[in-house]
Design a protein around this ligand. Structure first.
Ligand SMILES: Cc1cc2nc3c(=O)[nH]c(=O)nc-3n(C[C@H](O)[C@H](O)[C@H](O)COP(=O)(O)OP(=O)(O)OC[C@H]3O[C@@H](n4cnc5c(N)ncnc54)[C@H](O)[C@@H]3O)c2cc1C
Length: 568
């Protein structure tokens, strides 16, 4: 099947120019923008909602960094590699754990307020897969909200600076690319098209040219029926990168959070997460007979890596025929629970539940995507001028399975690096202004009404437990909804607007996840296949890259774990 290389959209009605366009205002986008502001002449930040939209603000548990004298980057590296199922890039993890503490200290210096222990030091807790207390948190379980607040405050402080412009309520539709090379491969990325929902001269579709674009669009939760991610997580970054000709990687590795509030059969969209930190404080998982099952599954019991816990829950639910298990934190103590988990308690109260007194029904739901736009240690993609950072990037620090609380850190560390690299290449004249040209290939668009169908396909075919038959069925069903006139040609049947642009990226991301999961005939980290339940290092100790080829078909190719270690 062939894929659209551009989304159907009206011609831009206005244009502007920036040195760098940053797409997204989560931890990665804001970190990049704040870095760039002092290093290039003009930064444009484009974000779909308000500045605080995205997953960052929802992060509860905390941020992992080896800040304590009893901890070390080496120990953090080891835990990250162990969780990653053998396919983390060690050089990338090394960057993460060594530069992470410095980025966290900078954030504290810039005003982020993390919870303190009684001795006045930053308080540290432990989460699944960590062998040291290295998770710092804020407001008990409101870490992301504090990080977002601190970064937005820094941005607000410079908002009148002519070197930076923020456009909220604006969706980047597609990346602009310049003249293709002799083989027809799209030329360097040279800007974006965007749709601004606003008033004044810059509303509707416009275009901004740029020497570099940093995509920090976050995750893909809305590809699934149920997820912890907000509505903005529609895989736009993966969609726009694929359409522009870049490679995306590690798509099959989807992390399902084991303890998401189960609100009944048929629940859809963003569901409340009961942080791993609750298990870190000693909560147990019980089956419907009231029995603990994790001690028989893994030596770390309830604190085993997330994929292990999710699969154990799915197996336990299959055994008992129930659609959920229970989280029991009643023995942790009311005072401790209320001071440590105020946000979770608030969310549970809306469902008339209380961690201190009730068994909480939970089930796995989509939570995090290790996959994204393939990037090197400098945040560069394989398409000149295109960078990615945060959850939208595939840096290979998570391998097949993310260690808890490593993603906020990844966003800070690699966004910082991407900004530094882009700025220095602009200063050196290496990244220059280019004229956008119309990319070869079809334009396409799916109707928003197809989204629920795609989500059900993903839920059934590429959930926490997969098999060959289900994957083939998912692939065929996805093909079935791609009717002529949507992906295949430029005939406009669907009116171009936000929900349709997002739905097309949801479908392209789903196609990439299903295609890679079908090909990887083994189980590893966030990719678990019942028909191939073991890892197969002889064949599969590698990563899978996806791109749209010259015929606009989706191609999956093996790529080495250390795709590139060039860090200069
Ligand atoms: C409930 C929950 C709890 C979590 N807890 C933790 C935790 O404790 N520790 C941890 O490390 N991680 C945690 N995570 C994961 C972590 O929050 C995310 O991986 C991280 O915040 C991603 O940051 P980001 O900057 O890459 O993306 P986001 O914060 O998701 O930001 C993406 C941005 O891109 C914008 N955007 C998207 N598409 C477009 C487009 N087409 N045009 C313009 N703008 C666009 C969005 O509006 C948003 O501003 C949690 C996630 C969730 C959902």
């Amino acid at each position: 099947m062939s894929f659209a290389r551009r989304l159907v959209a009206p011609e831009p009605g206005w244009t502007m120019d920036a040195d760098v366009v940053v797409v997204g205002s989560g931890v990665a986008g804001l970190t990049a923008a704040l870095q760039l502001r002092t290093k290039v002449k003009r930064v444009l930040v484009v974000t779909k909602g308000i500045l605080s939209s995205g997953s960052t603000v929802w992060a509860q548990g905390g941020i992992a960094a080896a800040l304590d004298a009893t901890d070390s980057p080496e120990a953090h590296l080891k835990d990250t590699l162990d969780a990653g199922g053998g396919i983390c890039s060690e050089p990338a993890v090394d960057v993460l754990v060594r530069e992470g503490p410095e980025r966290v200290r900078e954030l504290i210096k810039a005003g982020a307020k993390f919870d303190l222990a009684t001795n006045g030091d930053v308080s540290m807790t432990r989460e699944g897969g960590h062998r040291a207390d290295r998770i710092i948190h804020a407001g008990g379980d409101a870490t992301g909200a504090e990080i977002s607040r601190a970064l937005i405050a820094q941005l607000q402080a410079v908002k009148d600076d002519p070197g930076i412009e923020v456009i909220e309520h604006a969706l980047v539709v597609d990346l602009l690319t310049s003249e293709p090379d002799a083989d027809g491969r799209p030329g360097p990325v040279c800007g974006v098209t965007l749709h601004v929902i606003g008033e004044g001269t810059r509303d509707g579709i416009g275009a901004s040219t740029a020497r570099a674009v940093i995509v920090a669009t976050g995750g893909i939760g809305q590809v699934y029926r149920s997820s912890t991610n907000p509505a903005s997580a529609t895989g736009d970054g993966i969609g726009m990168a694929l359409r522009a000709g870049a490679t995306v990687a590690d798509l099959e590795f989807v992390q399902f959070h084991p303890t998401v509030l189960w609100t009944g059969a048929g629940a859809r969209g963003q569901l409340p997460l009961i942080s791993e930190a609750v298990r870190g404080e000693g909560a147990f998982l019980l089956n419907s007979d009231g029995q603990r099952f994790m001690p028989d599954v893994h030596p770390m019991a309830e604190l085993a890596p997330r994929d292990v816990v999710s699969h154990a829950i799915v197996r336990e639910m299959a055994k008992t025929g129930e659609e959920n298990v229970f989280l029991d934190a009643r023995h942790v103590g009311e005072e401790r629970i209320n001071s440590r988990f105020p946000t979770i308690q608030e969310a549970l109260a809306e469902h008339e539940l209380d961690l201190a007194t009730d068994l909480i029904p939970v089930a796995p739901a989509q939570h995090f995507h290790s996959g994204g736009i393939l990037t090197d240690l400098r945040g560069r993609s394989d398409l000149e001028g295109l960078y990615a950072a945060g959850e939208a990037a595939a840096t290979a620090v998570h391998g097949a399975n993310r260690l808890a609380s490593n993603s906020l850190l990844e966003g800070m560390v690699f966004a910082h690096r991407a900004a530094r690299d882009a700025a220095s290449r602009i200063a050196d004249g290496e990244l220059v202004a280019r004229d956008p040209v119309k990319r070869p290939g079809t334009q396409g668009l799916l109707p928003a009404t197809d989204r629920a169908h795609i989500q059900s396909i993903a839920h059934q075919g590429v959930g926490p437990v997969r098999d060959g038959e289900g994957l083939e069925a998912a692939w065929q069903e996805l093909r079935g909804i791609r009717r002529p006139g949507r992906f295949e040609d430029s005939q406009i049947e669907v009116s171009p607007q936000t929900a349709e642009w997002e739905t097309t990226s949801v479908a392209q991301t789903a196609a990439g996840i299903i295609a890679t999961a079908k090909i990887r005939t083994e189980s590893r980290g966030g990719h678990y296949r019942e028909d191939y339940p073991e890892p197969n290092d002889d064949e599969w100790k590698l990563r899978l890259g996806v791109h749209f080829d010259a015929g606009h078909h989706l191609r999956v190719d093996p790529i080495p774990i250390d795709w590139t270690t060039d860090s200069t």
